[in-house]
Design a protein around this ligand. Sequence first.
Ligand SMILES: Cc1cc2nc3c(=O)[nH]c(=O)nc-3n(C[C@H](O)[C@H](O)[C@H](O)COP(=O)(O)OP(=O)(O)OC[C@H]3O[C@@H](n4cnc5c(N)ncnc54)[C@H](O)[C@@H]3O)c2cc1C
Ligand code: SF4
Length: 330
Amino acid sequence: MREFGYQRAYDVSGAVALLDGDGEARFLGGGTNLVDLMKTGVERPARLVDVRDLPLNRIDPTGDGGLRIGATVTNSDLAAHPEVRLHYPALAQAVLAGASGQLRNMATVGGNLLQRTRCGYFSDITSACNKRNPGSGCPAVTGEHHNHAILGASDHCVATHPSDMGVALAAFDATVSYETADGPGELPLADFYLPVGETPHLETALPPGALITGVTLPPTQVAANSRYRKVRERASYAFAIGSIAAALDVEDGVVRDVRLAFGAVASRPWRARTAERALLGAPADAEHFAAAADAELAQATPLPHNGYKVTLMRNLVVAGLSELAEEATR
Ligand SMILES: Cc1cc2nc3c(=O)[nH]c(=O)nc-3n(C[C@H](O)[C@H](O)[C@H](O)COP(=O)(O)OP(=O)(O)OC[C@H]3O[C@@H](n4cnc5c(N)ncnc54)[C@H](O)[C@@H]3O)c2cc1C
Ligand code: SF4
């Protein structure tokens, strides 16, 4: 591991000033991803600016009935928060479906959004990888890609984004707030992650040196009837091979409102807008849930070893929405 400097920030402007736009410095949240990557040499920062003591560890109601979640709120505190559990249950479930209790106690909201892909070639510094070393190639396309992307990928990178939390935030139209030396800014989650294209190393639309300060959830009535479903290769403590965040409002057997986002199938949490459009005003039954999933997955471009994800996601959508429809009519 490269030797590095360490500083602790106590206020937002101080944190941004300490980072000083230095390309060799990184903010440190819980360190549960960054420090692992430093140990393997994927990340080699000269300096860390620890942000865990910033006054961003609160979850507060917004004036319009939504929630503002600070960037240093731990995953454990987010999942346990009564307002989150009541009004956005899929978010609490998504967070609890990730990592382990110990990791969730350390991991922060800001760090979760910026965690890096779990593609094995990315983590192996002896391997080529366009995301880690632009222009070096993507061995996953012809190699090991059974858990890689089926939606929105390119020949340059087929990695998936690993965050469970991000999938629920995508379904609920969250906005990410940040601070730079030039002042504050905001990005809807839908625009936060950049399309892969030819530049998989450019992952987000955050300006250089930006500190994430929080995430805002708008009031979304349908979110109260929501679920996160995650499929993984072992029962716990594993990343998803496919997941959905779903919310459903049904009236007289017809879909009145719906939210659907997919995880572990794209380089970013994937909002399934085509499926949502297909469902609005349709009968809330398994046949229409399957048709909506098929409409979304018609865009899928699976590789030889990850085509199973198309069926997996279809089944997840049908099961998740059927469960919600049943509860909505109880
Ligand atoms: C064994 C294991 C299993 C896991 N399983 C899952 C899982 O199933 N699902 C899941 O979603 N996650 C899982 N995780 C990932 C875990 O959730 C992330 O490591 C964690 O969320 C990252 O948060 P952190 O605060 O520790 O980030 P850090 O490691 O501190 O930072 C990650 C990145 O974010 C940047 N950063 C941190 N905070 C800020 C900020 N406020 N502003 C700007 N940049 C910032 C850092 O510079 C770094 O680049 C797992 C991790 C491990 C180690
Ligand atoms: S899929 Fe992306 S992260 Fe994985 S090797 Fe290819 S370029 Fe690198």
